[in-house]
Design a protein around this ligand. Structure first.
Ligand code: HEM
Ligand SMILES: *[C@@H]1O[C@H](CO)[C@@H](O)[C@H](O)[C@H]1NC(C)=O
Ligand SMILES: *[C@@H]1O[C@H](CO)[C@@H](O)[C@H](O)[C@H]1NC(C)=O
Length: 319
């Protein structure tokens, strides 16, 4: 009886460790097997971003898409084959950028320590380094993720679309264990980068049965967005005035109804999340702290460990 109970307790501990996905990951995972791993990724990211700072946004978004589909397992990097259409080829890949930076880091790591550092860890480290390069918070992440073997285009329907309202966003993020506050903090990644007209043009005409334009959108800013769209569906609009700096401008824009996506402005329009937007608009340090914590948490979503995954030789295809 006593032994059975003990075994039971141990099992529960092991299983809960596996369930939260953090089992086996650690800050010092590569300290013996590839001590320069963090440095190699950081130098590669810094070099690439010095020549094209707009790629910081691409790397951060890549990590988000990776983690939300099949867990943080580099499924986002897999190229389609003749038998399989991968996540990458979904319209929802929406301008994902920065794949070459991951390939470059992987190549160097394979020279230093072949077969050791997973592509999933490289994506997570690269996102962290991109946040810091752009002026955001510095944070450490646990490593030890293994790469997955599956990447399916159908899974991309589990990404949040730009027409979701706050309730829908809260529900979707809750399915991954995030609070409303963490969802708002993570949305703050839209301090970097751009959206294309196709992601917001539905706000500008025939919005709903009673409004031609989205009533949560400032009317002058609606003109700015329309002007952007006059150059076509792929024309880009920056989320805030400083597309390459990681700051809290995005939240200040929301308080002025200058959110580019419906899914951005809804965070201020809804009473459920407005106070969080206000808090981040007033206090950048608070945004930074919540953002870095939420990013570490996001980086642990359904991570694969041990024989559940592999270390890919080439980040674009399974071994
Ligand atoms: C809250 C739900 C979210 C929605 C509905 C959403 C939707 C979008 C859309 C529609 C775009 C523009 C794509 C295009 O038009 O090309 C975009 C861009 C971007 N998203 Fe999100 N996103 C969300 C959350 C996140 C999160 C959690 C992150 C990262 C932590 C993130 C990072 C980015 C970045 C950095 C860009 C700019 C990409 C670039 O300039 O290349 N987003 N997002
Ligand atoms: C994204 O998907 C489109 C098809 O919808 C494809 O043509 C494009 O190459 C993909 N982009 C990337 C970066 O893989
Ligand atoms: C959010 O969207 C859903 C689905 O369209 C709708 O049922 C719900 O009423 C909306 N919530 C708010 C607060 O607008």
């Amino acid at each position: 009886m006593g032994i059975a109970k003990l075994v039971g307790v141990i099992l529960v501990v092991i299983l809960s460790g596996m369930r939260n996905g953090a089992y086996g990951l650690s800050m010092s995972y590569y300290i013996m097997s590839c001590p320069l791993a963090d440095l190699i990724v950081k130098n590669t990211v810094n070099r690439a971003l010095r020549s094209d700072p707009t790629l910081a946004a691409g790397l951060i978004r890549m990590h988000f898409h990776d983690c939300f589909l099949q867990g943080c397992d580099a499924s986002v990097l897999i190229d389609s084959t003749k038998d399989n259409t991968a996540e990458k080829d979904s319209p929802a890949n929406l301008s994902l950028r920065g794949y070459e930076i991951i390939d470059d880091a992987k190549q160097q790591l394979e020279q230093q320590c072949p077969g050791v550092v997973s592509c999933a860890d490289i994506v997570a480290m690269a996102a962290r380094d991109a946040v810091f390069f752009a002026g955001g918070p510095v944070y450490e992440i646990p490593k030890g993720r293994k790469d997955g073997r599956i990447s399916k285009i159908e899974d991309t329907r589990n990404l949040p679309p730009p027409f979701f309202n706050t309730s829908q966003l809260i529900t979707m993020f809750a399915q991954h264990g995030f609070s409303a506050q963490e969802m708002v903090a993570l949305s703050g990644a839209h301090t970097l980068g751009v959206a294309r007209c196709s992601s917001f043009k539905f706000r500008l005409s025939n919005f709903d049965s009673t409004h031609d334009t989205d009533p949560t959108l400032d009317s002058n800013f609606a003109k700015t967005l329309s002007k952007t769209c006059s150059a076509g569906d792929n024309a880009e609009q920056t989320f805030d005035a400083t597309r390459n700096s990681f700051d809290n401008d995005y939240f200040n824009e929301l308080t002025r109804s200058f959110g580019v996506l419906f899914s951005d402005q809804t965070l201020y329009a809804s009473a459920r999340t407005r106070s969080i937007v206000n808090a981040y608009a007033m206090n950048q340090a608070r945004f930074f702290l919540d953002f870095q914590q939420a990013m570490v948490k996001m980086g642990l979503l359904d991570v694969k460990e041990g024989s559940n995954g592999e270390v890919r030789e080439n980040c674009r295809k399974v071994n």
